[in-house]
Ligand binder design. Structure first.
Ligand SMILES: Cc1ncc(COP(=O)(O)O)c(C=O)c1O
Length: 629
């Protein structure tokens, strides 16, 4: 009889099944490390974030490469709380506020607008994360609280620093939303919350709508009205397209007459009465009195179209490729113009190489004592500098989007001299600074320049109607018929209002005088504000009615402009970090409204500065050591 083999029976241990607790963290980590296939599973946590938690995670791409990722989820026990698990930004994308931008994007997503809190964990030493989340709390105007949640010994067996739970909120859902508090156009209730048509189908690329979340229905002069009938003083003026205010009565009458008599409205470059009348007016009231001899090329309707055409013509005429553009310059976001634009946020969206531009420091970029035209001259004189002889220099006399940086008149003259010396074309981009913004019709008049080409757009039509053109010295007008074209090169309605604008405002110098008077008042008030609140650190920017206050930090300016908006003033920011509060009010603004608008800015700055312990310092740039002798 074979003996049946029996295995020795171990005394059975009782197994307990439990809901895990945080105290088990260190033991769980050890167990997983002991089960080798499992620790690799952690790598697909990120995959789960990209699928199951995609709505609460965000990926950022630059030129097709993933450069940023924030992963988060809604805390199951508190679904109104977004827990931010990880924030990753690659070295390539640092210095661009990417983490903040990703957080803002996440919170502004339509599906996330019912959130009331953001939480995350941060170790005491992680300064970058503290600054990111403190900045977010300020932006949301919400309290920030923190307490230890996972402790070094208790939860990590000494292997990891204590993690603090940082909790921001509750905040008003409206703060996060671009458009949730819009009244009349609420169309649909979805998942218990209101959605607007803008949220439903308009692309997330919208920008001004985020800063000014109202539906506007009506405007007149320097005022806009929302669909609730609330009045706003407009110091943005359609981003500089409304130098003569909204719906100027003389332009409106001309437009209505033209429409009621069935004037031509299509945009082809045919000869029309409206175009003839505009050209006549431009010639008589603008070019001849200034002794400027230019041909006029009508391009596609937006500013970037004019810049593209000017760059293309300069390359064609000179047979050279490179264009000199300046630090902090802004020339539009189509690829050619974007190559000349400095701003990383816009350049990053190109997802392709931006070629053919040599970047040179703008006036003042290296401090007040360095004339950067000397640097450019040296580069061009030196056959081994590595800088190719450019076709053209493309310059704004006052950089609008780049922080209201005004080049000195001497620097501008030197730049023109340098262009003549080397046979380079000078293109002045007067799209934002032109049409009276700095005091005269062209911004380069006070410097006495005669550029080879000038781009104009924005306030040219005077009515917010799209229209752009390039003024070209006659010998440079070497286009063959139709060589550069586009369906909308002749907005006849814009011709009608542009003619009316020149006729109304530029027949004598009374408009220039009134701009200069208001500019002097604006300057005086800006200097006062800086003295009162700036603690020597805020500074005045710009020229004429193209002015700004540099508040050093975009965090501060965003609070200031938000407060202004709450008090009925529409005003925007400018600069690489949005650090400049930008005054772009209609040039026709009444004295009372100008005063009222500046009062609001002054109060808002005072309120914001009162709530800040210490004002930020201007960025500390590398200071080379003095040379040993
Ligand atoms: C100086 C300058 N050039 C070009 C542009 C581009 O114009 P648009 O946005 O109409 O294409 C702008 C727009 O702000 C500008 O300020």
């Amino acid at each position: 009889m074979t003996k049946e083999k029996t295995f020795p029976q171990k005394a059975p241990h009782s197994i307990e099944l439990q809901v895990p607790t945080a105290e088990m963290g260190a033991a769980v980590a050890r167990l997983i490390a002991d089960c080798p296939p499992l620790d690799t599973n952690s790598t697909y946590c990120n995959l789960l974030q990209c699928s199951h938690f995609a709505q609460t995670s965000v990926a950022a791409f630059m030129a097709g490469e993933l450069v940023g990722f924030i992963s988060g989820y809604r805390v199951p026990q508190q679904p109104d709380t977004l827990f931010v698990w990880q924030v990753a930004v690659s070295a390539r994308a640092r210095g661009q506020n990417l983490a903040t931008r990703m957080l803002k994007h996440l919170l502004a997503r339509p599906g996330n607008q019912d959130l009331l809190r953001v939480e995350t964990t941060i170790t005491a030493a992680n300064r970058a994360s503290w600054s990111l989340f403190r900045g977010l709390a300020r932006r949301l105007e919400a309290p920030l609280a923190s307490r230890p949640i996972f402790e070094r010994q208790r939860h990590f067996a000494g292997q990891h620093d204590t993690e603090m739970l940082v909790s921001i909120g509750p905040f008003k859902p409206r703060r996060l939303s671009t458009v949730t508090d819009i009244g009349a156009s609420v169309l649909k209730k979805q998942q218990g919350r209101t959605m607007t048509i803008f949220e439903q189908i308009e692309s997330s690329v919208q920008s001004y709508a985020r800063a000014f979340p109202r539906v506007f229905g009506k405007a007149q002069g320097e005022y806009m009205y929302d669909d609730q009938g609330r009045r706003y003083l407009d110091f943005l003026a359609g981003a500089g397209t409304l130098n003569y205010g909204h719906n100027h009565p003389a332009f409106k009458t001309a437009l209505m007459d033209y429409i009621s008599r069935d004037g031509i409205t299509h945009g082809l470059d045919m000869h029309t009465e409206a175009k003839a009348a505009f050209l006549e007016q431009l010639q008589q009231a603008i070019l001849l009195p200034r002794k400027l001899d230019y041909k006029v090329q009508f391009t596609g309707p937006t500013g970037a179209n004019a810049v593209e055409a000017a760059i293309k013509l300069a390359r064609m005429v000179t047979g050279r490729h490179s264009i000199v553009a300046f630090t902090n310059g802004f020339h539009g976001v189509t690829l050619g113009a974007l190559a000349a634009t400095g701003n990383q946020h816009h350049r990053g969206a190109a997802a392709s190489q931006l070629n053919g531009v040599t970047r040179i420091p703008y006036d003042g970029y290296l401090g007040p004592d360095i004339d950067t035209t000397r640097y450019l001259d040296k580069l061009l004189c030196d056959a081994s500098s590595g800088v190719d002889m450019p076709a053209a220099v493309l310059v704004e006399t006052v950089q609008g989007e780049g922080g209201i940086n005004a080049a000195s008149l001497d620097w501008l003259r030197n730049l023109q001299r340098l262009c003549h010396k080397h046979g380079i074309l000078l293109i002045v981009d007067d799209i934002q600074a032109g049409c009276g913004r700095t005091g005269s019709f062209f911004s380069f008049e006070s410097a006495g320049l005669y550029p080879d080409m000038v781009t104009l757009s924005k306030s040219l039509s005077g009515y917010g109607l799209p229209m752009a053109l390039v003024l070209i010295k006659p010998e440079l007008d070497q286009w063959k018929p139709g060589e550069h074209n586009g369906t909308f090169r002749g907005n006849n309605l814009a011709f009608v209002t542009a003619r009316a604008a020149i006729e109304t405002f530029w027949r004598d110098d009374s408009f220039t005088q009134s701009i200069q008077r208001k500019a002097a008042y604006l300057d005086e008030r800006i200097q006062q504000i800086i003295r009162q609140q700036g603690d020597g650190r805020f500074s005045a920017k710009g020229r004429g009615m193209f002015r700004g206050i540099d508040c050093v930090s975009g965090e501060i300016t965003s609070q200031i402009t938000r407060r202004c908006f709450e008090q009925g003033l529409i005003i925007e920011t400018s600069g690489a970090d949005d650090q400049v509060v930008k005054f772009l009010c209609p040039l026709t603004v009444s004295d009372d409204a100008l005063q009222a608008g500046i009062d609001i800015v002054e109060q808002s700055i005072a309120q914001v500065c009162a709530g800040i312990d210490s004002l930020p310092q201007a960025r500390d740039f590398f200071k080379p050591r003095a040379k040993a002798i």
